[in-house]
Design a protein around this ligand. Structure first.
Ligand SMILES: Cc1ncc(COP(=O)(O)O)c(C=O)c1O
Length: 366
């Protein structure tokens, strides 16, 4: 895309002119499997509890929210401690409007020495880097998209003092990085090692939060968008050394997290057992869908997340994406030639996805 459509009177920063906004299609479909959302809507009990809490705080909306979101940060610390046998307090947690805002705050506060991430990975890392004038380096993966630790160590040699991004499980490939490998990388990074664990609850690997006590420059990004089925509420958080959290306070906008968001998130955390049982179902469904794709003669990358990246079809990615959409199934073309990504949905959505795909493959093979 050229930048010529910008009017000359607009004093847009030159570095932004060539960029395109994030744009995963939001199209009505029988099965929307393109943004790695949790397919389960909130239970009646959880919806009711949120409604009660919101109506309790509604009369206080004339006041600004708790600027430091202390109750929410304490509840998030308790959740992480329960999951990972750690001992964090609110001083080691920051919360924001989705983990995208956490990523932005990290760049704003600590991006001065540049950043590297290993692509393909979450497309917003480089985009938010550019928007915050952070010099971004596209690091390389192996041909099969796996991450080779030796290669990572070689690549970070160029700028060990910047931000090094690891995404585990990685989006869009699904691969999880072993904790021992993250630790080795931590030993070579002298800047911040940013571990994006948006899909951590879907993975059997231990979380990198367990490294923070020994390696204070390891920071871990988490979100309620996926496992907690809370994408619409916009709650992401950071687990990090208290000094990193203090740096987040410098760049956050005052009162950034609304009273409504904080209240709803606190209620959702109370329902963690119910929500995590949904995660277990999705993990089992992921294995079933992966097996079905293999039975169709496709190759599926090993995934520890709530999505699968698959290849082995004859159409181009874009052609097959369109054929699937014609059948009411919205999946994701990540711009990786020969690959498409699908999110794990409800049983009904997964079945619709598989039978539409089967139909397309039969046509392309006949
Ligand atoms: C790896 C990764 N990190 C962060 C995010 C952002 O999530 P949110 O801003 O909803 O917390 C996503 C969303 O898909 C993601 O895949």
């Amino acid at each position: 895309m050229t930048d010529s459509h910008w009017p000359s009177w607009l004093p847009l920063r030159p570095s932004l002119a060539p960029l395109s906004p994030y744009g995963a299609p939001q199209i009505a479909a029988d099965a929307a499997l393109n943004t790695n959302e949790n397919p389960y809507s909130l239970s009646a009990a959880l919806t009711g509890a949120i409604a009660t809490k919101i109506s309790m705080v509604a009369s206080t909306l004339n006041r600004y929210p708790d600027r430091d979101a202390l109750s929410l940060r304490s509840a998030l610390a308790a959740y992480i401690n329960e999951q990972s046998s750690t001992q964090f307090t609110a001083a080691q947690i920051w919360a924001a409007n989705g983990s995208n805002e956490i990523i932005q705050s990290l760049f704003l506060a600590c991006g001065g020495q540049g950043a590297i991430g290993f692509i393909p990975s979450y497309s917003m890392h480089p985009l938010i880097a550019k928007v915050t004038s952070t010099n971004w380096i596209d690091g390389k993966r192996e041909n099969d998209f796996s991450l080779d630790v030796e290669s990572v160590l070689n690549q970070i040699k160029k700028n060990p003092q910047g931000l090094t991004f690891l995404t585990t499980p990685n989006n869009p490939t699904g691969e999880a990085i072993k904790l021992g490998d993250i630790e080795r990388i931590a030993q070579h990074v002298t800047g911040l090692l940013v571990v994006d664990e948006a899909y951590a609850e879907f993975s059997d690997e231990e979380s990198a939060v367990t490294l923070i006590a020994q390696y204070p420059h390891v920071v871990v990004i988490r979100t309620m968008s996926k496992a907690f089925a809370f994408a619409g509420a916009r709650v992401g958080y950071l687990v990090a050394h208290p000094s990193v959290i203090e740096a987040m306070l410098l760049v956050r906008l005052p009162y950034h997290l609304s009273t409504l968001t904080q209240s709803a998130a606190l209620v959702a955390l109370d329902f963690k057992d119910e929500l995590l049982s949904g995660v277990r179902e999705l993990k089992a469904a992921r294995e079933r869908v992966a097996a079905s794709l293999q039975e169709m003669g496709l190759s599926v990358l090993p995934s520890q997340a709530n999505f699968l990246l698959f290849t082995g079809f004859a159409h181009t990615s874009n052609e097959l994406w369109k054929l699937m959409l014609d059948r009411g199934i919205l999946i994701r073309d990540m711009g990786l030639s020969g690959y498409l990504r699908t999110t794990i949905g409800t049983t009904d959505e997964n079945n619709k996805f598989l039978s539409a795909l089967q139909e397309c493959l039969v046509k392309e093979r006949s």
